[in-house]
Design a binder for this molecule. Structure first.
Ligand code: PMP
Length: 291
């Protein structure tokens, strides 16, 4: 990935992709003092750019550091880089981290670095699996209690258990893993939120220890526009036996149907299909401008 063409926005400058390097003693690498975003552009416009940039700033604030740019500057950098890379549809990855000036747990005066990379990432899950629904394992690791980790931040450190869980699932032939929370309740996948459907009603876990995704909120709004009832509540794993449909939501995953979670089976039904279509329409630039 470090050998692609094009440019990366790095601390205010556009540098050739292959030259966007950091030192091995970067604090973010050793101690996970790093936050990031994941955004998508459709037809040359970044969907919900301002919300993503604001979440990046909030994640940094939660980790105790301040991004040395304004929200407007980061938005503009994302838009300029998208044009420069020449993509209409693309994935945008802003990241901010503590640099290499001091080594140790404490890094009070380390420089805060910010970079943005943009590449083409058409499908998060294999397109052929996506249509019939992906298969999820149930992860060994659980989403931590908010008293244990800052779960509202999109922070690199929180992804350690996600990569472990996703790798374990992939080794068994699954596309992803469902993570329970520390209480044993259904939480989310390793990089996407989860929804279920039963008797025409949509159910999704209350996001009290994981990201309340921007896609999650968009899909809830789209469901309400169709007069679907959406219930945010505690969901126990055994309840999955009763659910008929299941889907994931996320910037990268968009709306992805799920056919299987451990011993539980789901079909790709009308509500899932309608919301997949509604989301595809909502992200188009004409719709974005109308909002
Ligand atoms: N949960 C996790 C762990 C994620 O990584 C993501 C992707 N950012 C989401 C949920 C969905 O968030 P969003 O819809 O804002 O992309």
């Amino acid at each position: 990935f470090d050998q692609l063409d094009g440019h990366i926005w790095f601390n205010g400058e556009f540098v050739p992709w292959k030259d966007a390097k950091v030192h091995v003693l970067t604090h973010g690498l050793h101690y996970a003092s790093s936050v990031f975003e994941g955004e998508r552009a459709y037809g040359g416009a970044i969907f919900k750019l301002r919300e993503h940039t604001e979440r990046l700033f909030e994640s940094a604030r939660i980790l105790g550091f301040e991004i040395p740019f304004t929200v407007e500057e980061i938005d503009q950098a994302c838009n300029s880089l998208l044009k420069m890379q020449g993509f209409d549809d693309a994935y945008i990855r802003p990241v901010a981290w503590r640099g290499s000036e001091m080594m140790g747990v404490s890094a009070q005066s380390n420089k805060i670095n910010v970079a943005i990379a943009i590449w083409q990432w058409p499908s998060y899950f294999k397109p052929e699996e996506r249509l019939k629904g992906i298969r999820l394992d149930i992860a060994q690791y659980r989403r931590p209690d908010p008293a244990t980790a800052p779960s509202k931040a999109k922070a690199a450190g929180l992804y350690m258990i996600c990569t472990l869980s996703k790798h374990a699932a992939e080794a068994k032939g699954y596309a992803d893993a469902l993570m329970l929370d520390w209480r044993g309740r259904v939480a989310e996948a390793t990089g996407a939120n989860i929804f279920f459907v039963k008797d025409g009603v949509i159910h999704t876990p209350t996001p009290d220890c994981f990201l309340d995704g921007i896609t999650r909120r968009t899909v809830i709004d789209l469901a309400k526009k169709r007069n679907y009832e959406v219930v945010e509540r505690t969901i126990m794993p055994e309840e999955m036996a009763e659910f008929e449909q299941c889907f994931l939501t996320g910037t990268a995953a968009e709306v992805t149907p799920v056919s299987e979670i451990g011993p539980y089976r789901f079909t790709v039904g009308e509500i899932t299909e309608n919301l997949m279509n509604d989301y595809t329409n909502a992200v188009q630039p004409i719709k974005q401008a109308a909002e």
